[in-house]
Write a new protein. Structure first.
Length: 120
C-alpha cells in the first residue's frame, strides 16, 4: 500500500506542477479514500481541473487515471493499469511506434505459411 500512496503523491505533484504557479491556491472539491483488506478506491477532484481516481485489489493490481489542463490550455488525460506487467499508461498524447512496413508484414505472413522443416 505504501508504494501506491507514494505513486499518488508523485502523480499529484506532477499534475500540480504542470498546471502552473497560479494553482497553488486550488481547493479540494472532492476527496474519497476507501482502504479495505481486499483493495482500495481513491478519488480526488480539485478546483483547478485536476482529477485523479484509482482502484486496487489485494494482489497489488491498480486501475486508474489522472487528468488536468496544461498551462497551454490542453486537456491532459492518462489512464493506466499497474499490475504484474508493470505500469501501462494509455493516452492520446503518448507517442506511438511507427507502423510496421508492408514488406515486413509480408515476410512474416510468408514465414507463418512456410514454417522451417525440422532437421533430423
Amino acid at each position: 500500500m505504501f508504494k501506491f500512496v507514494a505513486f499518488l503523491a508523485c502523480v499529484a505533484y506532477v499534475a500540480a506542477a504542470a498546471a502552473g504557479g497560479d494553482d497553488v491556491h486550488a481547493e479540494v472539491k472532492d476527496f474519497k479514500s476507501d482502504v479495505r483488506p481486499d483493495g482500495f478506491d481513491y478519488l480526488l477532484d480539485t478546483s483547478n481541473t485536476i482529477h485523479q481516481q484509482a482502484s486496487g485489489d489485494d494482489h497489488g493490481n491498480i486501475h486508474g487515471s489522472y487528468e488536468y489542463d496544461s498551462p497551454e490550455g490542453e486537456h491532459i488525460k492518462v489512464s493506466y493499469v499497474a499490475d504484474e506487467n508493470g505500469y501501462q499508461p494509455d493516452s492520446a498524447l503518448l507517442p506511438t511506434p511507427p507502423p510496421v512496413p508492408e514488406a515486413i508484414l509480408k515476410a512474416i505472413e510468408y514465414i507463418k505459411a512456410h514454417p522451417p522443416k525440422e532437421e533430423h
